[in-house]
Design a protein around this ligand. Structure first.
Ligand code: NAP
Length: 298
């Protein structure tokens, strides 16, 4: 019987810790943690993700501030907003919601975020610290995946781990975090040859390719752990309904694996929760308070 790695359940448990942390410290700090989310344009999926983040902030007591800029905004407008938020005393975290319209260079914009408020962990300074295995804000989706594995005592050290995808948002930081935890990591991408054979050697297989149902049971070793980062909205055959699925053909894979993440309810909720963790961590740090939340950051 394979184990479902229930990200929704774990995120609710972590939220309880975060809520109590804010309540306990508010007498000292006198204001709630503040998260600024910058949205550019009208990508509908981003709209849904931002709503989820707003609701999650509300549940734990973080004040969220949404800045919705027009699709036609230019680089200086977005940079100026970031610079203003960098010195705003009520803002502890700044997140640029990705993807952004093609005319922008996301990394160039993220470089302007104060590294101490970079709650997505994507600023060069934080990525550099990850490379050096030093404490820093960690990217939310990879950090969420590691917490999910740790929560079920799934060992990383010494395991063969295959990561599909090398994006700056997921694949690269995740591979580095796993390496820092002594996993033996193979990174793969769209130009990788014999992907199925490489995946079949994995004790832990993580797919962040963004390709619906790319992975079926022929990619998976018996007893492996499979983590599905992909999120896709597929239309039913008569186009009347949509449903969410991941990169993994779960029904085919579940009988073979020892543990798996569902879509929805696996990695997605953990991504949002790690954003809350990073924001509260930054809030505490700004006021010189030591944090037990550090344990939640890989
Ligand atoms: P991305 O920037 O498009 O990167 C996709 C990566 O997958 C690229 O490195 C690409 O290779 C590789 N790839 C694409 N097709 C492949 C194939 N057939 N075989 C092997 N590798 C392949 O996407 P992303 O931002 O990393 O996100 C990936 C997926 O995760 C998306 O579905 C996204 O919606 C989802 N996501 C989910 C969460 C969550 O919270 N659950 C968070 C973030 C993202 P190249 O580099 O060679 O192009």
């Amino acid at each position: 019987m394979s184990l479902k790695l229930d990200g929704k359940n774990l995120s609710l448990k972590i939220e309880e810790i975060l809520k109590n942390d804010i309540i306990c410290r508010q007498n000292t700090i006198k204001r709630p943690p503040g998260l600024a989310v910058i949205r550019i344009g009208d990508d509908p999926a981003s709209g849904v993700y931002i709503k989820n983040k707003e609701k999650a902030c509300e549940r734990v007591g973080i004040k969220s501030h949404i800045f919705h800029l027009n699709e036609t905004s230019n680089y200086s407008e977005v940079r100026d907003l970031i610079i203003k938020l960098n010195t705003d005393k009520n803002i502890d975290g700044i997140l640029l919601q990705l993807p952004i319209p093609n005319q922008f260079d996301a990394q160039k914009l993220i470089s302007n975020i104060n590294p101490d408020k970079d709650v997505d962990g994507l600023n060069e300074k934080n990525i550099g610290k990850l490379v050096k295995n030093e404490d820093a804000m960690r990217s939310c989706t990879p950090a969420g995946i590691i917490n999910l594995l740790k929560s079920e005592d799934i060992e990383i050290e010494g395991k063969n781990i295959v990561v599909i995808g090398r994006s700056l948002l997921v694949g690269k930081p995740l591979s580095l975090m796993l390496l820092n935890l002594n996993g033996t990591v193979t990174m793969t991408h769209s130009k990788t040859k014999n992907l199925d054979k490489i995946c079949k050697k994995a004790d832990i297989l993580i797919s962040a390719a963004g390709k619906p149902h790319l992975i079926d049971s022929s990619f998976v070793k018996d007893g492996a752990v499979i983590i599905d980062v992909g999120i896709h909205r597929l239309k039913s055959s008569n186009n009347s309904k949509t449903r969410l699925c991941g990169d993994v053909l779960l029904d085919d894979v579940i009988p073979k694996v020892s543990a798996y993440t569902p879509v929805p309810g696996g990695v997605g909720p953990m991504t949002v929760t790690m954003l809350l963790v990073n924001t509260i961590f930054s809030w505490q740090k700004q006021f010189g308070l030591s944090s037990t939340l550090k344990d939640l950051l890989p």
